[in-house]
Design a protein around this ligand. Structure first.
Ligand code: SAM
Length: 239
């Protein structure tokens, strides 16, 4: 193994998340491929195996400590990059049906290679969230929607809530500034069909503070959302 097993298991036990032996082996192969690819394609700044274990793998798995995702749920990771958190969550929960979405093709090639190497399946989609979210085969079709390190909360709501079905959950992975981001995003949450919001707080490793904001989808997203990229950048919802 290249990922230090104890480091990974300790971080997971701290979170109260259990994964099986197959998942541990798959994560290790994933880390190996990430480090190798990263010498040719810039995927991540985190390349030390122990750091990958905590800052990519355990961090992605905080989602399972925050949300009880139903068996067989249809899920999407918006702006998945090199697969965080969606590919890690698929490895931990192979019952889930994942769509891994990104606007950068080279990252998706890496993801497809990892899926092939691990014998796993996901729909790997090259598109922009604000365009895909208007398509009827994606709009309000997902039980669970997540994203890490993609955009500020108000923009992220416009990317993610259109994908969430009524009764589904959108989980935004955020850092220490989550509370302020949420305050700025409250008008967007309600305009886009979001209802009850919950905060889940985690400490990773020694001191890194992480937050997951979960938003329940309670009403349909109005047809005018998501707006084209230029409009999203220009004008905040509610301003
Ligand atoms: N989620 C991964 C992580 O935490 O390591 C990647 C984070 S990276 C900083 C942001 C990713 O979001 C990039 O891969 C970028 O291509 C993608 N992205 C940004 N805006 C997007 C959009 N509107 N639609 C789809 N992907 C987007």
């Amino acid at each position: 193994m290249i990922v230090p097993r104890e480091t990974l298991l300790q971080a997971l036990s701290h979170l109260g998340v259990l994964i099986d032996e197959t998942a541990i082996e798959r994560l290790d192969r994933y880390a190996e491929m990430l480090i190798d690819y990263n010498t040719r394609v810039n995927l991540t700044a985190i390349i030390e195996p122990a750091e990958i274990a905590v800052k990519h793998f355990a961090d992605s798995l905080t989602v399972l400590a925050a949300v009880d995702i139903p068996q067989g749920a249809r899920c999407i990771d918006v702006g998945t990059g090199a697969g965080f958190p969606g590919l890690v969550l698929l490895i931990a929960r192979p019952d889930l049906k994942w769509t891994l979405l990104d606007s950068t093709q080279k990252k998706l090639r890496f993801i497809q290679d990892v899926l092939n190497a691990l014998g796993l399946h996901a729909d790997v989609v090259h598109a922009r969230a604000e365009e895909l979210g208007r398509r009827p085969d994606y709009r309000e079709q997902f039980d669970f929607v997540t994203a890490r390190a993609v955009a500020a909360m108000d923009t992220l709501c416009e990317y993610c809530l259109p994908f969430t079905r009524i009764g589904g959950i959108f989980a935004a992975m955020k850092g220490p500034d989550a509370e302020n981001e949420l305050q700025a995003a409250r008008p967007a949450v309600s305009r886009l069909g979001g209802g009850k919001i919950a905060f889940h707080h985690f400490t990773l490793g020694e001191s890194a503070e992480r937050n997951i904001l979960t938003v329940e989808k309670t009403s349909h997203t109005p047809p005018k959302y998501p707006r084209p990229s230029a409009q999203i950048a220009k004008r905040k919802i509610g301003s």
